[in-house]
Design a protein around this ligand. Structure first.
Ligand SMILES: CC(C)(COP(=O)(O)OP(=O)(O)OC[C@H]1O[C@@H](n2cnc3c(N)ncnc32)[C@H](O)[C@@H]1OP(=O)(O)O)[C@@H](O)C(=O)NCCC(=O)NCCS
Length: 210
């Protein structure tokens, strides 16, 4: 793991675009999802926009990738196309890539809600750890351009039949506004607790417990 470098992709990484495109396509085929193929030119665009995270070994071997897309006038942001080369799976690389993509997305779009659609258990685990919560599709972007991306999925008919209200994927959302409130609540609570502990110590009352 020490020999894997995870970073925001730069022009230096453009040379990996074909391999990344191939890796995404092959992984989708194996999973039987038929998720849209990402062309090398699209990946290069993401790299040039500083909206991609890449993992490579110190020897230059491609390990994994993920990119950032914004929807609905940048009100919504998705971290998509997450893929790890099978040789490097189950070593926590996806978790690290997603974490960097998450913080980079918040820096680029501080007001945006972060969301994702997935059938992948590892991705659900990672998202939950980052503070995402499962939501109904009505909470996600209504940007048609985003939902168009589902057209190449084998389950697209289900999505259409359900009028875009649900499908086999789970929708997950991170709302920075709600999270700020939660953080404030915990911060206030911890400040209150430490103040209470100080008072308690001063009173020398060892019987009270909090
Ligand atoms: C899904 C994928 C990105 C996970 O990558 P990874 O680097 O192996 O994942 P990590 O090692 O960071 O694991 C993250 C968590 O998922 C768990 N996990 C990994 N693979 C798992 C599996 N097959 N089933 C259940 N849990 C799994 C890990 O144990 C870890 O959980 P923990 O924090 O509780 O230990 C990788 O398998 C992949 O590229 N798959 C094909 C493409 C894909 O499905 N992309 C997602 C599209 S939404």
């Amino acid at each position: 793991m020490d020999s894997i470098v995870i970073q925001i992709a730069s022009s230096y990484h453009v040379e990996y675009a074909h391999d990344i495109s191939y890796l995404i396509e092959e992984s989708a085929k194996k999973r039987g999802t038929g998720i849209a193929k990402r062309s090398p030119s699209y990946i290069i665009q993401k790299i040039n926009e500083r909206k991609a995270i890449i993992a490579v070994t110190r020897q230059g071997e491609l390990v994994g990738f993920c990119y950032i897309e914004s929807w609905g006038n940048t009100k919504y942001v998705a971290n998509s196309g997450l893929v790890i080369h099978h040789k490097f799976r189950n070593q926590g690389v996806a978790k690290k890539i997603k974490k960097l993509a998450f913080h980079h997305s918040i820096k680029m779009f501080p007001e945006a809600k972060l969301f994702g659609l997935t059938t992948s258990l590892p991705v659900m685990k990672i998202n939950s750890e980052l503070g995402y919560e499962p939501v109904t599709f009505s909470e996600l972007t209504d940007d048609d351009a985003f939902w168009k991306g589902c057209q190449s999925c084998v389950n697209y008919e289900i999505l259409q039949t359900k009028n875009r209200s649900n499908c086999l994927c789970t929708g997950m959302l991170y709302n920075p506004a709600v999270n700020k409130e939660k953080k404030k609540y915990f911060w206030n609570k911890s400040k209150w607790l430490s103040r209470w502990a100080t008072i308690k110590n001063k009173m020398g009352d060892n019987k009270l417990s909090i």
